[in-house]
Design a protein around this ligand. Structure first.
Ligand SMILES: Nc1ncnc2c1ncn2[C@@H]1O[C@H](COP(=O)(O)OP(=O)(O)OP(=O)(O)O)[C@@H](O)[C@H]1O
Ligand SMILES: [Mg+2]
Length: 502
């Protein structure tokens, strides 16, 4: 029998109006990779924050090696050998990679001085291990979303903890980076470490974890070995019902061309991008992380206008220079980086949803509260945003619920063209289903949709046509039914790929 490293008994964590965890039991066996599973808002990240000393539970017992412990803060947890990669990383953009990694636990020499050479050397070793090519002196602000996430992972590794917790570590990573991360997880396991792994992707959970615990609505539902269960049973435990068909897509007749892009280019980023988009069409944009998809979308909506080429909206050449221009042209944009571009996290759910359309719900600067509330309630319900009330700040929502607010905010603008960049990132399977239903319904009503995604099943399941990007260029376009996953993947990795995807 494996030894129990840590155990929670009847642990509760209450916030005003919400029982984030309600008498939860949780047990972690040494040397295992343990998956924590549950819908958005189920309480996964809250459990992580209890284990890492960020929250002190309202009730219950926390045992480490069989002995009761009381953490008074993150430092206590670090000293006990627990490190975490949090879902929403708190980073210092103006500090270097090395500085960010060693911020909380600087290495010191025997005399108590900061040991800079040791920190630099170790940083380089960890970056090598992670396959990161960036110089450790690089400022975090200059890194991509994936790069920043890798720094978080490096930080956790630098702590040499015996329990490593990863809260959705893969949601911002490219395929290759995920492979590298899995390699590292295997190494950690081989070295006798225990890992808690959180992900909404079942392939990942079954691919890497040994055991699991399912939470629903803050309650413990069940635990066991993954070898003794399957996806359908887990989904049922998670959601409380079964989901048969994830993609609702049926055929929709295409309408007139609404967007035409000709020879779009931006120096050093993308080139020769031409495509058109019809009313009622869902156009998929697939490519590996970093292939330029988000840059093209930023160019189309005017956040970072292109250097060359032409954009026609409804047959008229248009020059967009800001997101306000986009809203005026009835383009909605759900960006990938929800923390920096998507939502104003210090504002409430209501304020976020109604923000882009102050003119619709107000007149002469006076906001019609009734209209505002109706709009918030409508979209809040439609996406099942889980919160104590719509006055709750987006900051304190679970990761997936933050993503839902961003979606609701842009759909409420009733755009004619909707650009979605990784819309289901971090969203659980039941909500994904709701989002797909909604996208499909909008397309049926004539909305033209661009769906940027790194998830092949999502693109294949939802798009009428798929444009594939490779290193800043279009590597191919495929109609629905014409393309299988292999063809698309092949185009996405280009001919020079040194590894084939599995
Ligand atoms: N600081 C806080 N203040 C108020 N409510 C909170 C706070 N932190 C979490 N919650 C609430 O507790 C519930 C559980 O949130 P948690 O972040 O643990 O969910 P999760 O399982 O990690 O979800 P996701 O898959 O979306 O990341 C949510 O309803 C959330 O809004
Ligand atoms: Mg979470």
């Amino acid at each position: 029998m494996a030894k129990t490293v840590l155990e929670l008994k009847g642990v509760s964590q209450y916030f005003p109006g919400i029982k984030a965890l309600d008498h939860v039991d949780f047990r972690l066996e040494e040397g295992q990779i343990h998956a924590l599973i549950g819908e958005n808002g189920a309480g996964k990240s809250t459990l992580v924050k209890i284990l890492t000393g960020i929250y002190r539970p309202t009730a219950g017992e926390f045992l480490l090696d069989g002995k009761a412990v009381h953490f008074h803060g993150p430092t206590d947890s670090q000293h006990a050998g627990i490190a975490a990669i949090h879902q929403e990383a708190v980073m210092f953009p103006d500090l270097s990679i090395t500085e960010n990694i060693w911020m909380a636990h600087q290495a010191r020499t025997k005399l108590g001085f900061l040991d800079h050479p040791a920190m630099r050397k170790k940083t380089q070793a960890i970056l090598d291990q992670l396959g990161m090519k960036e110089d450790p002196k690089t400022l975090v602000r200059d890194l991509s979303v994936a790069g920043r996430h890798m720094v978080e992972i490096a930080k956790a590794l630098s702590m040499e903890a015996r329990v490593v917790i990863m809260d959705e570590p893969t949601s911002a990573l490219s395929l290759r980076e995920v492979e590298e991360l899995f390699e590292i997880i295997h190494q950690l396991k081989a070295a006798g470490k225990t890992i808690i792994f959180i992900s909404h992707k079942f392939e990942e959970v079954f691919g890497i974890a040994d055991s699991y615990t399912v939470l629903r609505d803050g309650k413990f539902i069940g635990s066991g070995l993954l070898a003794e269960t399957d996806t359908a049973s887990l989904v049922k435990m998670m959601v409380g019902r079964s989901i048969d068909q994830l993609f609702p897509k049926e055929h929709i007749e295409k309408g007139a061309t609404i967007l035409e892009v000709k020879g779009l280019g931006k120096t050093g980023i993308f080139k020769d991008i031409s495509f058109n988009l019809h009313k009622g069409e869902i156009l998929g944009f697939f490519g590996l992380v970093g292939s330029g998809r988000s840059d093209i979308m930023n160019a189309i909506v005017g956040i970072a206008p292109p250097d060359e080429g032409e954009i026609q909206i409804n047959g008229k050449v248009s020059h967009l220079h800001s997101i306000q221009d986009a809203i005026r042209h009835k383009i909605g944009y759900v960006p990938e980086d929800r923390q920096n571009q998507g939502a104003v996290i210090k504002m409430s759910i209501r304020e976020n949803i109604t923000l882009p359309q102050i003119d619709k719900i107000g007149r002469l600067g006076v906001i019609d509260r009734k209209k505002e509330q109706a709009m918030t309630g409508d979209f809040g319900k439609r996406f099942e945003i889980r919160a104590a009330s719509y006055e709750q700040k987006v900051l304190s929502l679970s990761g997936g619920n933050q993503q839902k607010v961003v979606l609701a905010k842009w759909l409420a603008t009733e755009p004619e063209i909707l650009i979605l960049d990784e819309p289901t990132k971090g969203i659980d399977i039941a909500t994904k289903w709701a989002v797909y239903q909604y996208i499909f319904k909008m397309a049926k009503q004539g909305m033209a949709i661009i769906l940027v995604s790194s998830e092949l099943p999502e693109v294949l399941g939802m798009a009428d046509r798929v444009m594939v990007m490779h290193e800043g260029r279009l590597a191919g376009g495929f109609d629905r039914g014409q393309a299988d996953s292999e063809t698309i993947m092949h185009a996405a990795i280009g001919r020079h790929a040194d590894r084939s995807p599995s």
